[in-house]
Design a protein around this ligand. Structure first.
Ligand SMILES: [Fe+2]
Length: 278
């Protein structure tokens, strides 16, 4: 075995090389996929990684069919000077799942850290394991969540979409329930460029505040939540069907550059909640 596997807390694993000069491409995809299915998050750290701009998305093709965006296969997550959307700012990003506004929802997110913020500059990518969140929630809370449906509208450079999804839904290919939720942004949290327009049905207006507080608390509970502090060269593979993710704020102009590719499931999963898409 050219690598060793250690658990991360409270979920996920870190895979590290046994020796020097081992490339991430030398690791067997099917063994990694097994870890991914069990652990929902696989961090490959300490390996040699990718050269040039095509090696990374070409590697991702080994995991499955890569989702193609108007910009191609790779999203460059890097702060822009005049961002038109919060994902290109240095602000936090509310929890969500990827592909919620797209015709197909990818199963895998694969990240490659090209440059990491320095210690103390923030910018961790946050992940909540929604299976654990459901496992640890009281029956009363789960009853409340089970009544609610989110209605999300989002217009940005790459789409103008409306998506409707129950908070609790089945994993599309496995026999367990998951949470699908795009966390609302409240004004008291400060300014966010182009926030999502959202509405929640199935509960009355007096219950809405408690609903969001309870759900946020559960998603960020230390038993269910992992925040990834990036190191240069990290490759992280995450389960977008099971986890929700977001980002912590970082110091403006930090050296933070993450590449992200989305890989579809086999067969691809058509977005069940997409009501309109342009
Ligand atoms: Fe995302």
């Amino acid at each position: 075995m050219n690598y060793k596997v250690t658990s991360l807390k409270p979920f996920g694993v870190i895979v590290e090389p046994n020796g020097k000069n081992i490339n991430v491409k030398d690791l067997g995809i099917e063994s990694l996929r097994k870890l991914f299915r069990q652990e929902h998050l696989v961090l490959l750290r300490g390996f040699d990684t990718f050269e040039g701009s095509e090696e990374f998305p070409d590697y991702c093709e080994r995991w499955g069919e890569v989702s193609i965006w108007p910009f191609g296969r790779v999203l460059e997550l890097i702060q822009q000077d005049d961002p038109k959307d919060h994902i290109f700012d240095h602000s936090y990003v509310p929890m969500h799942w990827d592909g919620m506004y797209r015709p197909q929802v990818p199963e895998y997110q694969i990240f490659h850290c090209v440059k990491a913020p320095l210690s103390g500059q923030g910018g961790r990518t946050t992940f909540s394991n929604t299976v654990l969140a459901l496992e640890h929630a009281s029956p009363e809370l789960k009853d409340l969540w089970g009544k609610v449906t989110g209605v999300y509208q989002r217009k940005m450079e790459f789409y103008n979409s409306k998506t409707v999804s129950p908070i609790i839904t089945k994993h599309p290919q496995r026999d367990f329930s998951v949470i699908r939720y795009n966390e609302p942004h409240f004004e008291e949290q400060g300014h966010l460029v182009n926030p999502v327009d959202l509405e929640f049905t199935g509960i009355n207006s007096e219950e809405v505040g408690d609903f969001h507080r309870g759900l946020k608390q559960a998603l960020c509970d230390s038993r269910n939540f992992y925040a990834h502090e990036w190191q240069e060269g990290d490759v992280v593979v995450t389960d977008n069907f099971t986890l929700l993710h977001g980002r912590e704020e970082f110091t403006s102009k930090s050296p933070r550059h993450i590449r992200r590719v989305q890989v579809l499931s086999s067969p691809p999963f058509d977005n069940p909640g997409l009501e309109s898409y342009q």
